[in-house]
Design a protein around this ligand. Structure first.
Ligand SMILES: Cc1cc2nc3c(=O)[nH]c(=O)nc-3n(C[C@H](O)[C@H](O)[C@H](O)COP(=O)(O)OP(=O)(O)OC[C@H]3O[C@@H](n4cnc5c(N)ncnc54)[C@H](O)[C@@H]3O)c2cc1C
Length: 531
């Protein structure tokens, strides 16, 4: 069994790509005017956790552990703030014990025992939440907290190759899912950047967004039915390609973030593996010109598998194009037909719309095989979290902020976010923006902030200040408090501003029906103390 780092991303035997790290260190050195100094990561013997308040119920003890390392590994998610605390061994709200159910019956028995003992339950998939979703904080009114780790439920339960659907257990991670499907020539084709660790259940619970920028952007589009173990009992929804039979029951659990029950498995829509690919990159003098071109492509009725606009800072950081230019990346793929014609149409639309366009800067196509350039990009995209660990160790604050907004409000929102960051007086910093997902009626801008972290707390307080300033500016400008990173505990104040009050009552009533003792992930979606 490979061991997960308790203080950072990923596995202990894995790390950042040395060449990528050297390049980023040079950029950061130039920004800060000095070479960053690396601190040593913590080791398990440094851990000093508060004593557990409760022990696992004796009849389920064989599924549970309470070692300091396991409790620490389940105490925090993986936002910058989480890493900054973990590196300093601040695991103040660690769960009292961690349970590893092996079957859905185990999940039901663990929930029953927790309800009887007034123990709060925090479902844990890959623990990659960046919104405080797995952090059991503020739960002093419960007898204790169990982190319910789903990693042992990771099997392929059924496969329907006629309908192209697979029933997979919720604890399966991205690579595990692809390994289960590959022998059948199938793929889920869902690649969030946290793919290496995040799980099917976590994706469904948070309405995660994949790497592909148009079409089925969210996992929502891939879910056929779900099975959920709730404190009141189990709900299993029907497999249907579509239905008009009242509100769809499986939709209630998409985005439920562990507050209603534990998703134990789901039927998901799978695809034959694509064999035709074509992609191109176009440069523009401004970000506005690149986003106008992107909008034109999306409103033309074309649906590229990828369509991303990068502002000049993002383009510089990714090393993807000429200095000072904004970029538009377009890609198409198919399991059935060549896609070069579709790419040509999209390029025509983009070049006609975005003022001052030059390009394509680069273009590739590959039929019947993999595109090497795309493979390299995908590998570095998926390994970027290891790079982030190294930056945190070097006292570099690096965090991302995301939203979605209709096209008519994009320019104003972008200006407001940049103004909000400028007002924070962070010293030398970089603020980069790329559009990660695009729709005919709007898009999802995604900001990356890089700045020096204060030495004292490694930027924990700064994280709260920046989060409040940026998320406040986003919601004020008509954006959503999250396009795909979820609400968790950290985003509740802004979620409350966009959630209609009567809808909040309706969801709370559903929670009371499924979880009458309020043990499921308290403090997520609703403030702690709401029952
Ligand atoms: C470096 C990095 C990159 C990321 N990139 C992306 C991205 O590209 N797209 C994106 O959408 N998100 C991204 N995220 C955020 C995160 O990976 C997603 O929210 C992901 O869906 C969480 O999955 P998980 O299995 O890790 O869930 P966890 O973090 O374990 O849990 C998240 C929430 O879901 C609940 N939950 C987990 N499993 C279950 C279950 N089986 N039943 C009920 N509730 C459950 C938890 O209680 C918690 O509230 C990124 C995070 C990091 C750190």
């Amino acid at each position: 069994m490979r061991r997960r780092r308790f203080w950072g991303w990923g596995f202990e035997d894995e790390g950042a790509d040395p060449r990528a790290l050297a390049a980023v260190e040079a950029q950061i050195g130039a920004l800060l005017g000095r070479s960053p100094v690396r601190r040593e990561p913590p080791v398990a013997r440094d851990l000093a956790l508060p004593a557990p308040r409760v022990a696992a119920p004796p009849r389920l003890a064989h599924l549970c552990t309470a070692t300091p390392e396991e409790r620490a590994r389940h105490a925090l998610g993986r936002s910058y703030k989480d890493l900054a605390r973990a590196i300093r061994c601040r695991f103040d709200d660690a769960p009292d014990y961690v349970a590893y159910p092996e079957t859905s019956d185990d999940v039901a028995r663990l929930l029953e025992a927790a309800a009887a003992g007034a123990v709060a339950v925090v479902p844990f998939g890959g623990g990659t939440s960046v919104a405080g979703g797995v952090e059991p904080r503020g739960l002093g009114s419960y007898a204790g907290v169990v982190s319910l780790d789903m990693s042992k439920l990771s099997r392929l339960l059924d496969l329907d190759t006629t309908s192209l659907s697979a029933r997979i257990e919720a604890g399966a991670s991205g690579p595990e899912i692809e390994a289960l499907l590959k022998p059948h020539g199938l793929t889920l084709r869902f690649y969030p950047q946290s793919f290496e660790l995040s799980t099917l259940g976590g994706w469904i619970a948070t309405r995660a967004g994949g790497h592909f920028a148009t079409g089925p952007t969210h996992v929502d589009d891939l879910v056929e039915s779900v099975r959920v173990s709730c404190p009141r009992g189990t709900i299993e929804t029907r497999r249907l390609p579509g239905s008009g039979a009242g509100p769809a029951p499986e939709r209630l659990f998409l985005g439920s973030e562990g507050t209603l029950g534990v998703i134990t498995d789901a039927w998901v829509r799978v695809l034959r593996r694509p064999t035709h690919r074509a992609q191109a990159t176009v440069s523009f003098p401004t970000f506005e010109a690149a986003t106008t071109a992107l909008r034109t492509v999306l409103q033309s009725g074309l649906s590229p598998s990828n369509a991303r606009a990068l502002d000049p800072v993002e383009a510089m950081m990714s090393g993807a194009g000429p200095a000072g230019a904004a970029l538009l990346l377009l890609a198409f793929e198919s399991a059935h037909h060549p896609v070069d014609g579709l790419l040509a149409l999209a390029l025509e639309a983009a070049l006609s719309a975005g003022a001052g366009a030059a390009g394509p800067v680069r273009s590739t196509s590959a039929d019947g095989g993999r595109d090497a350039a795309q493979d390299v990009y995908k590998a570095s995209f998926l390994r970027a979290p290891y790079l982030r660990d190294e930056l945190v160790l070097r006292g570099v604050f690096v965090e991302t902020y995301e939203t979605a907004v209709t096209w008519d409000r994009l320019a104003a929102l972008d200006a407001d976010v940049r103004a909000a960051v400028a007002r924070l007086d962070l010293g030398p910093h970089l603020l980069a923006c790329r559009v990660t997902h695009a729709y005919p009626n709007g898009c999802a801008p995604y900001y990356t902030l890089v700045a020096p972290a204060p030495e004292a707390d490694l930027g924990v307080e700064m994280w709260d200040d920046v989060k409040a300033a940026v998320t406040g500016a986003i919601v004020d400008a008509g954006g959503t408090s999250t396009h795909h990173h979820a609400i968790g505990r950290d985003v509740v104040p802004w979620y409350e501003r966009e959630r209609p009050a009567l809808f909040a009552d309706a969801i709370l009533a559903a929670k009371r029906a499924l979880d009458p003792r309020g043990i499921m992930n308290p403090g997520v979606l609703f403030r702690a103390g709401t029952r």
